[in-house]
Design a protein around this ligand. Structure first.
Ligand code: PLP
Length: 462
């Protein structure tokens, strides 16, 4: 049976009656273009020099396979190229091979994580992988988690839960605390949650970019005096610009005393906290209420891959349970659509599961350790007489020339970033406390020691 109105190269949907050789061929053709792009990654540049891609639109009749493949080719070669060894700007590593496979499987299965009956094995997979990650943190037996499309949503899941559990959903004094180096998404949350700007309380960071604990204690006392109801403190495990880690243990003790939810935004460092055995002992996360991790940012699980881990899964259930009247839900089953903000959700857990399973604990540690080693190598090559360097224990490093004022910095960082781009190094130019700086993120497994040395030399001579 041929359903198509026009003559196509293949059917609309996979053929449920017999062979699917045309799909197999199409997947092969696309895979060949992609693998060709991977193979050339180093000879291209991090960003395309010029874009050959032009947006095309549906026409009356079906588009031929040849045209589609040529447009796909243009799109690929006009894209950001994370596999280039000089792609060091942000938290966007090359794609892990097994997670590409996971993405394909997820698309092909087209299951829905909203409800268990629409994704029987994958709902269980997500629940159990989250439980496994929670146990690795050292969370309680009641722990678990939920995946979401990115760290912003994982953090929002945590904040909505913390406010609900504190019983201040409708309280105009409901407040939460972040450090001044916390991620910009927390400002969005005040608008989403209807929290006044003055009830987003910022704590100064110290010279290392970590939340100042004495200020936290002082601010909590002031909040109490002013009748503010602080429902959450957010500590950051790996700040976006400096890679700093807030003093989680001390903050956790303070939160316990005040009975306040402690959420750790580990969008950058959470994976290090869980898997890098050498530093695990130093940063205990087991006593916090919730942790966001973003495997998309360091392990190369393809975007998006983020998980909120929570010490007591019942808190998510209490917050998001609505009942799903259109879904058959027998006893002892669970619908992940009732554990977080998102409803329909793709099976992103497959690529995380396959990626982690393939790497194994040794492979994961290899990626994490090598990223830190690369930062250290770069730090050692940079001219310390010339540059003021800021870094934390992770893989992120920032620097500016010593003795430059605001205006001079703006121009210097702009010129150097442009110059490096010409030399096939893409690094970022964030603004921190109103000053421009240059930042390198060593999350690219393809970057070699020779590349790092070359980059440092180019910078030292500026
Ligand atoms: C990237 C980041 C986020 C947001 O994650 P997305 O996946 O971009 O939504 C939150 N917090 C920190 C510290 C981050 O670096």
């Amino acid at each position: 049976m041929k359903n198509n109105i026009h003559k196509n190269d293949f059917d609309y949907f996979p053929n449920p009656y017999g062979e699917n050789d045309e799909i197999l061929k199409l997947l092969n053709d696309v895979s060949r273009i992609l693998c060709g792009w991977f193979s050339q990654a180093e000879s291209l540049s991090p960003l395309p020099i010029e874009s050959s891609f032009i947006t095309s639109f549906p026409e009356e009749s079906s588009c031929s396979k040849e045209t589609l493949l040529s447009e796909i080719n243009d799109l690929i070669y006009s894209s950001y190229n994370p596999s280039h060894p000089g792609s060091l700007a942000n938290l966007d590593p090359p794609p892990l091979i097994l997670s590409i496979v996971g993405e394909l499987i997820s698309g092909a299965l087209n299951n829905n994580l909203l409800a268990q009956e629409l994704s029987p094995s994958i709902s269980r997979l997500e629940k159990e992988i989250c439980e496994w990650l929670s146990m690795k943190i050292g969370f309680s037996k009641q722990s678990g988690g939920i995946a979401a499309s990115g760290g912003t949503l994982s953090n929002l899941n945590a904040l909505v839960t913390a406010r609900h559990i504190a019983g201040v959903n409708y309280d105009p004094n409901a407040s939460f605390i972040i450090s001044e180096d916390a991620h910009s998404s927390f400002k969005k949350f005040t608008r989403i949650l209807g929290i006044k700007g003055e009830n987003l309380i910022e704590i100064e960071t110290d010279i290392n970019g970590c939340m100042n604990v004495d200020s936290l204690i002082d601010k909590l006392a002031i909040c109490k005096k002013n009748g503010k109801k602080v429902f959450a403190v957010i500590a950051t495990f790996g700040t976006t610009i400096r890679g700093a880690i807030d003093p989680i243990d001390e903050i956790s003790r303070i939160c316990k005393t005040h009975n306040i939810w402690l959420h750790v935004d580990g969008s950058i460092g959470g994976v290090f906290a869980i898997f890098r055995n050498k530093i695990k002992g130093i940063y205990q996360l087991k006593d916090v209420n919730s942790v966001t991790i973003n495997p998309q940012k360091i392990l190369g699980i393809t975007k998006t891959s983020s998980v909120l881990l929570i010490n007591n899964i019942n808190h998510l259930k209490e917050t998001f349970k609505t009942g799903l009247p259109y879904i058959y839900t027998p006893e002892n089953s669970f619908n992940l659509g009732e554990f977080g903000i998102q409803g329909t959700r793709s099976a992103e857990i497959i690529k995380l599961w396959l990626g982690l399973r393939y790497l194994g604990l040794a492979g994961i540690e290899d990626i994490l350790n090598s990223s830190i080693e690369k930062r250290v190598i770069f730090e050692n090559f940079l001219d310390i007489n010339k540059f003021k360097i800021t870094t934390g224990p992770l893989h992120i490093i920032s620097f500016i020339p010593k003795g430059y004022g605001q205006e001079k910095l703006e121009k210097w960082t702009f010129d150097v970033q442009k110059y490096l781009k010409k030399n096939n190094f893409m690094i970022s130019r964030p603004v921190h406390k109103r000053k421009y700086l240059l930042r390198v993120v060593f999350g690219n497994f393809n970057t070699k020691k020779t590349d790092i040395k070359k980059l440092a030399n180019l910078i030292n001579n500026q």
